[in-house]
Ligand binder design. Structure first.
Ligand code: ADP
Ligand code: MG
Length: 261
């Protein structure tokens, strides 16, 4: 038997409840299993409210685990976080308004007191914001701000990037541009990515595998392999393999709605 590398994420039988305002509890996740291999790109798609952000927050160590197992890079989410092995990009870029672009990207390095100005510069170039290094976030477009958030998440060379609908608030053109930049970065950094989206075509274009969740309580309905060659490009969106994979994802999304209008 060959030794397999440690998966970036291993989630087994994870259940999560929130306390409701009326004293009752709300079951957000019910027995979820999910794995992201080292260097793999995995997307999670599912309807709004199915627990995607909850799942991502559990993996990021931002929510305490209540039931089941969450292993990140072979340890606990907290250990991965303390080892600076995680990068997180949320839907809102969450930049510090008084810091310029470069200082926002450098923030994690300032916090852990380990600087790599070369890395900051290279990332500003890579995500196409080098010429805006001295701008404050308020003067940038939404797409530019999300590029800053992406560069900041990558600055400490994480081994796992967690992205929660990172392009959800962007217009369609910025969104397409960001997808291609993310693909390019992933090809070069070779890190594992767990990407949450409700856009099926986006999940298929980016991913090695697409995890399809049911409506609340979130359960995994299907895990669909994406058989498209790498490197990916927009041109693949018009291939039969792309259409067939997207159709399989959509069918899995609908599969629990039998009888519904
Ligand atoms: P998604 O990201 O798929 O839209 P979430 O993980 O944000 O879903 O939420 C899953 C369910 O849990 C939703 O019904 C949501 O209202 C509920 N929920 C999320 N966060 C909390 C919270 N802090 N307290 C109570 N309920 C919550
Ligand atoms: Mg969410």
């Amino acid at each position: 038997m060959t030794l397999s590398p440690i998966p970036a994420v291993a989630v087994r039988g994870v259940t999560h409840r929130y306390a409701g305002a009326d004293g009752r509890t709300l079951l957000a996740l019910d027995g979820v299993d999910l794995e992201v291999g080292a260097g793999e790109f995995v997307s999670v798609v599912g309807p709004s409210g199915c627990g995607k952000s909850t799942l991502l927050r559990l993996v990021a160590g931002l929510l305490p685990s209540q039931g089941g197992e969450v292993s990140v890079l072979g340890g606990t989410p907290g250990e991965a976080q303390r080892a600076h092995a995680l990068g997180l990009v949320a839907q809102e870029p969450g930049l510090l308004p008084w810091r310029d672009v470069e200082a926002n990207v450098r923030l994690p390095l300032d916090v852990v007191r380990a600087g790599d100005p070369e890395r900051v510069r290279a990332l500003l170039d890579q995500v196409g914001i080098a010429e805006f290094a001295r701008y404050r976030p308020a003067t940038l477009s939404g797409g530019m701000r999300q590029r800053v958030a992406l560069a900041r998440a990558l600055v400490h060379r994480p081994r796992l990037l967690l992205m929660d609908e990172p392009f959800g608030a962007l217009d369609e053109l910025s969104r397409e541009a960001m997808r291609l930049e993310l693909l390019w970065i992933w090809e070069h950094e070779r890190i594992a990515v767990l990407f949450v989206t409700h856009a099926v075509a986006e999940a298929v274009l980016l991913s090695d595998r697409v995890v399809v969740m049911s409506g609340r309580p979130g359960r995994v309905r299907a895990v669909i392999d994406v058989p498209l060659p790498r490197p990916r490009s927009e041109a693949q969106e018009s291939t039969p393999a792309f259409a067939a994979t997207a159709a399989a994802v959509r069918a899995a999304l609908r599969s629990g709605d039998a009888g519904a209008a």
